[in-house]
Write a protein that binds this ligand. Structure first.
Ligand code: AMP
Length: 413
């Protein structure tokens, strides 16, 4: 890390405001470097914690941060001490992660009308959009003159064809309640699909990619020539793949059945499906590292959880091969996708007939950057590409504010 980026106006501050946390990263669009980053956790609780890392090394502050305003002011102070604060001459813009952007396909500059629109979308993302709004309002109050952009998790998927975006529901009901497939993790899918094209030495417009974003939340997408044509998350981030604590796909009739037979209320069903299902529901653990350890020890429940997880994944890979017609690459990203060779091998096992295979040595080798793990000469490339949502938010923000691209590839940290 270095502070030299302050000289030019090329820094973007990326803010990701959760309900009780605020993550931030300062990204240099000239070098691709990240001069500073950190997180404020337990906002609103008796004892919050700010963990910062910057040019002068790590800083930790343990104190009460009553709200996001206090948290962002504290971030401003630690950045100020590095000459990188909210008033730093090099700061061009602030980019905010916003989970739900409705049918917006592009990032947008923040103004009063946009804030009202994000507010109107709160019923569709009740846990996320309010926190995102708080982050934007706080940053605006601190630097009203600085351009700010909202980069939406849903935007990359908003161009999906109607056939993929529509549920086969009564149209009047679906339209009245804005029920459609929105998709999430879009910033990651956009970034990873583009980086995959770069890894293959081809233009994004030339390649068809299946992206498997496997973190605590997990989603797959089918990307044709740089454009998303299908994705596994839908109206909410509950649909699709098996996740850490979320069920993913299930028969919707289970919901009224539980209401009638188990006497559950809507909030209990919601809690069951979002917090007590997925890997955790199947075996009691939601961390793939622990599950893999248990599988190695012959644990039956962990083995079943692993098998359900990779079976669902393989099903989506097959489905997206059909959706795309021709697939150039299958790519793994996020915590599980980047780190679990066992999941990658098991998910793609038996897909040789589709031209998809994993080279055991390449898959098992230690590696951090974007890399191929398919045997040389494979019809379909299989790759691991680390995701970087902050870099993508910074890139989109910078482009929106300046009209310039900046560097898109990971630079030195
Ligand atoms: P993310 O949401 O992308 O930060 O991913 C978090 C998840 O990645 C954790 O819950 C773990 O299950 C998984 N993970 C992280 N490191 C590893 C690893 N070395 N092997 C398997 N899974 C991992």
């Amino acid at each position: 890390m270095s502070g030299r980026e302050t000289a030019a106006r090329d820094l973007v501050l990326v803010l990701n405001s959760g309900s009780s946390s605020l993550k931030y990263q300062l990204v240099s669009m000239a070098t691709g470097g990240r001069p500073a980053a950190g997180i404020v956790g337990r906002i609103g609780e008796a004892e919050g914690r700010l963990a910062h890392s910057g040019p002068s090394g790590p800083v930790v502050r343990v104190e009460r941060f009553p709200d996001h305003g206090a948290a962002l002011r504290a971030v401003g102070e630690v950045l100020d001490a590095e000459g990188l604060g909210l008033g730093a001459p090099g700061l061009t813009a602030i980019g905010h992660r916003v989970v739900h952007g409705g049918d917006r396909t592009e990032p947008a500059l923040v103004d009063d009308a946009l804030l009202a629109e994000i507010e109107r979308l709160v019923p569709l993302a009740p846990l996320h959009n309010p926190a995102n709004l708080t982050g934007i309002r706080t940053a605006r109050a601190l630097r009203p003159d600085l351009p700010q952009a909202a980069v939406f998790d849903t935007a990359f998927h908003a161009t999906m064809p109607e056939a993929a975006a529509r549920y086969a529901l009564d149209t009047a009901t679906a339209d009245a309640y804005r029920i459609r497939r929105y998709g999430f993790h879009g910033t990651s899918h956009a970034y990873v699909s583009r980086e995959t094209a770069a890894l293959l030495g081809r233009a994004p417009a030339e390649v068809n990619v299946v992206v498997l974003h496997l973190g605590n939340g997990a989603s797959a997408s089918a990307v044709a020539g740089g454009r998303c044509v299908d994705t596994s998350m839908g109206f909410t981030p509950l649909e699709g793949l098996v996740m850490g604590t979320r069920s993913g796909d299930l028969d919707p009739a289970i919901v009224p059945y539980l209401i009638r037979e188990a006497g559950m209320g809507p909030d209990e069903v919601d809690e069951l499906l979002n917090r007590r299902s997925g890997l955790a529901g199947l075996c009691g653990d939601n961390d793939m590292r622990e599950i893999s350890r248990r599988v190695a020890d012959g644990d039956v429940r962990a083995t079943l959880a692993f098998d359900v997880y990779v079976h669902r994944l393989r099903k989506y890979v097959g489905a997206y091969c059909a959706v795309l017609g021709r697939v150039d690459a299958v790519v793994f990203t996020a915590g599980v996708g980047e780190n679990s060779a066992a999941v990658r091998a098991a998910a793609l096992h038996g897909l040789d007939g589709f031209g998809i295979a994993v080279d055991p040595a390449l898959n098992g080798a230690e590696g951090h950057g974007a890399r191929l793990i398919s045997p040389a000469g494979s019809r379909v490339a299989v790759a691991v590409v680390p995701t970087d949502e902050e870099r993508e938010i910074a890139r989109q923000t910078y482009q929106l504010v300046t009209g310039k691209g900046g560097t898109t590839s990971p630079g030195e940290e």
